[in-house]
Design a protein around this ligand. Structure first.
Ligand code: FES
Ligand code: FES
Length: 166
């Protein structure tokens, strides 16, 4: 067993885990943070997306040991009991999700994308979320929610194609 210490949503958390434990398993089973979902467990679906030092990562592909000492953001850190995060509000307003299983991963990928501060087009947004799969919605409402969140948070309008591509 190895002691792993993470700063999760601003709080230092330590667990003693076997060396083969993934970050996803540690979050869900040792830290009881089950908002991050276990889908494919092989890096294909994005349901397990969390931010590691600000970068979106598939937590099923990262060992807990690789995350030792790092800053982790999960869906549980986004909202308070009183208020949703603007991304969550935007998703709710357009009814972006159906079963909701893909939601935490979609929302964390969206947060990483917006936090980077780049000017994004609709095509950039679709490309950035291509690693997050949804089996319910057909994606249109999800992309609408991401665009609304981006515009609300950054104050910028999202063009159809990137000015860089013109
Ligand atoms: S559960 Fe990690 S990518 Fe599917
Ligand atoms: S809303 Fe069901 S998987 Fe996306």
């Amino acid at each position: 067993m190895t002691d792993i210490t993470l700063t999760v949503n601003g709080e230092e958390r330590t667990a003693s885990v076997p060396p083969e434990t993934t970050l996803l398993k540690m979050l869900r089973e040792d830290l009881n943070l089950t908002g991050t979902k276990l889908g494919c467990d092989v890096g294909d679906c994005g349901a397990c997306t969390v931010l590691v030092d600000g970068i979106a990562v598939n937590a099923c592909l990262m060992l807990a040991g690789q995350a030792n000492g790092k800053k982790i953001e999960t869906i549980e850190g986004l909202s308070t009991m009183e208020e949703y995060h603007p991304i969550q509000k935007a998703f709710e307003e357009v009814a972006a999700l159906q079963c909701g299983f893909c939601g935490p991963g979609m929302i964390m990928s969206t947060k990483a994308m917006i936090d980077q501060g780049d000017d994004l087009s609709k095509q950039d947004i679709r490309d950035a979320l291509s690693g997050n799969l949804c089996r319910c919605t057909g994606y249109t409402k999800i992309i609408d929610g991401v665009i609304d969140a981006y515009e609300e948070i950054t104050g910028k309008k999202v063009p159809e194609i990137s000015p860089r591509a013109a």
